[in-house]
Design a protein around this ligand. Sequence first.
Ligand code: 6PG
Length: 240
Amino acid sequence: MEIQVYPGKQEAAEALAEQMAEWAREGSMEHIALSGGSTPEVLFDTLAEDYWFRLPWKEFQFYWGDERCVPPTDPQSNFRMTREHLFDPLPIPDAHIHRIRGEAQPAEEATRYEALLRSQLPLENGLPRFDLILLGMGDDGHTASVFPHQAHLWDSKNLCEVAQHPESGQLRVTLTGGIINNAARIVFLVTGAGKAGRVADILGGKGDAAYPAGRVAPGDGRLIWILDEAAASGLLPDMR
Ligand code: 6PG
């Protein structure tokens, strides 16, 4: 596991964009699962504004680590956020955008999405493998939409499950631990002081089992935590 700390979220986003460009130059990046929420907006804006000419956009296939069970036009939709910040400005073929259908019946969609992943992705260790999964982390230590109160979903034999937000009750479709940890590369982009306590718990070794984000440990892949100073403020100096 690698930990990279940058002064602010813009610098963290630029570092991740540069890393993605390097992997793209290596020719080893096609199937990419995106994270949702608000943190990725700065990354997507950076990619769209400063990296539009530096990545082979037409070669990528885009998926999600999770989606809210809302229509794709809903302000809560991860797809809508991504369309606004990344897809609208860039020449990405619609056929390369594999959204989780938030408007569908959740359990049926989880099944459909799992079948799509199995048909689209190459197999490694008997499971579909993403070339890159981008993840965020909630201040409760959730990642994708595996929340601490439903931590058992991480170990599901299914690649996709229906989850529920602990406060809002909102249903989600989420990837589970098996396919996440089978990725070739996993990058957390975590910024802001609100995440510092949980980052320190997880990266400091205290919370690795208690929090879903602490369960992210790719078997033979690479794991990078990209943090800004605020999110890293609880880490001891030797952790950075
Ligand atoms: C989602 C995300 C989720 C997100 C964290 C952090 O659908 O909300 O996939 O896992 O990464 O909740 O969200 P913020 O970036 O908004 O803090």
